[in-house]
Write a protein that binds this ligand. Structure first.
Ligand SMILES: Nc1nc2c(ncn2[C@@H]2O[C@H](COP(=O)(O)OP(=O)(O)O)[C@@H](O)[C@H]2O)c(=O)[nH]1
Ligand SMILES: [Mg+2]
Length: 321
């Protein structure tokens, strides 16, 4: 720990906007100071309620995030928003749109908004978003909204850190129920049927209901469906209410076991990354030689892999099948 991160961390804990901004930039850029800073702040985290929002592009997530932030502000809660957009590697149209939509809060010190775009590997972006959430948590934000585009494995990675995940769907997209089968059911705690001003909203709600009836209820309850019209701020109170009911239904023990599952996953990923780094950086020559012995059929790949692991001091503990 350095004196520089000492005072920086103190400023962040006081909610200093410039200090928070600088830290988020450090996280995004993989700056060497990001890690000691997060280490210093870690004991002050674990208090925020993190709401993940995912769904296809254009379903109204940013508009909804804006409405939710306003509603939570009215309830005297401080709010942080992290909008993750993997489809826009540079500061593109989507993020600019987010900025414009979210400018309602630009002058409100209670809401902190940050867009993060894809840089490098996906694991990197999901990790940056998780670190950003930790930072805002340490800064005293009580509600953190994590918005991400899409419903694939990568987006699941982003919302994994959330305490409650909203899956935003809209009528008329055609493949709605299809995409539900592709893993959405496991991550949705609440379905938000946005754009329910469209005439096809009833049909979509019925489809959703029937899919939910077939799915086994988790924790003894099925996810609620909440209808909203984000552009008219309709249904937002009901959505906040549904999030609150979900929070209450989750016991403190439930939140803890979810955290344990998250950190277990985090540790595994980190260990995985370290092994790869060790091999690529520390043992590149050994890796190269091992590959050559396989290519010329001096050794089979299974033996070569075992020897490689032995060489970085990780002897095989699991018996191969
Ligand atoms: N008709 C209608 N349009 C909406 C609604 N919510 C958002 N939109 C519009 O849908 C477009 C995409 O919204 P945006 O919040 O950027 O979606 P995101 O990509 O999911 O963040 C914008 O033009 C919004 O004005 C809604 O409830 N009804
Ligand atoms: Mg958006």
């Amino acid at each position: 720990m350095t004196a520089a991160t000492d005072s920086w961390a103190a400023q962040i804990r006081q909610g200093d906007v410039r200090a928070i901004s600088r830290a988020l930039t450090a996280i995004e850029n993989g700056d060497v100071l990001a890690r000691p800073l997060l280490q210093q702040l870690f004991s002050a985290t674990g208090r925020a309620w993190k709401i993940g929002m995912t769904g296809a592009a254009g379903t109204g997530k940013s508009t909804l995030a804006n409405c939710l932030a306003a509603r939570y502000r009215a309830l005297q809660k401080s709010v942080g928003i992290i909008a993750v957009d993997p489809s826009s590697p540079f500061t593109g149209g989507a993020i600019l749109g987010d900025r414009i939509r979210m400018q309602d809060h630009a002058t409100d010190g209670g809401v902190f908004i940050r867009s993060m775009a894809s840089r490098g590997a996906w694991g990197g972006l999901a990790q940056s978003a998780a670190d950003a959430a930790l930072l805002l948590d340490a800064a005293g934000k009580e509600i953190i909204l994590l918005e991400t585009v899409g419903v694939g494995q990568d987006e699941v990675e982003v919302v994994r850190v959330a305490d409650c995940t909203l899956v935003v769907v809209t009528p008329g997209a055609g493949d709605e129920v299809q995409s539900l089968k592709a893993g959405l059911m496991e991550i949705a705690n609440i379905f938000v049927l946005n754009k329910s001003d469209y005439p096809e909203a009833d049909a979509l709600e019925q489809q959703l209901q029937s899919v939910l009836q077939l799915a086994p209820a988790r924790d003894g309850r099925n996810p609620q469906i909440v209808r909203t019209v984000a552009t008219e701020k309709k249904g937002v109170d009901q959505l906040v209410q549904a999030v609150e009911e979900f929070r209450v239904s989750r016991s403190t023990a439930g939140k803890l076991s979810r955290e344990v599952a998250y950190w277990k996953h985090w540790l595994l990923r980190t260990a995985q990354q370290r092994v790869v780094d060790d091999l690529l950086i520390g043992e590149e020559k050994t890796l190269q030689r091992a590959a050559e012995t396989i290519a010329v059929r001096t050794k089979d790949p299974y033996v070569a892999a075992d020897e490689l692991f032995e060489s970085i001091h990780i002897p095989r503990k699991v018996n191969p099948q």
